[in-house]
Design a protein. Sequence first.
Length: 128
Amino acid sequence: MFLVGAMVGVALSVWLCGVGEKVLSAKDPGSIVFDEIAAIPICFIGWIAIHIWKADAFPSPEYFFSKQHILPTLGVFAAFRFFDVLKPWPVRQSQSLPGGWGVTVDDTLAAVYVNVVVLAVLFITGYR
């Protein structure tokens, strides 16, 4: 259900951000933030997958805000903002896609970079 929700969020973002660009007559206006909102759950897919693999259970939302996990959760958010601002290849190039695609895909790709970092950290630390 989490993956379905994430995919629906991305699809809604493409549509809503495309409409927002038309209404505001601007390319990726800063006042449109649904693309970031849709991308945040994607940032956690790797962590959730490893948790399911290790614990054989989907983590509750409280898991990410527990005393033990609040700093890593904030780290995931900070990493997302870092990649969203830095825009490494192909994040920056994806902004040239038409309409809501260009608005949403760059944030989705930044979330993929976050997953690479999260999975590397989890591997290095042995996932506690």
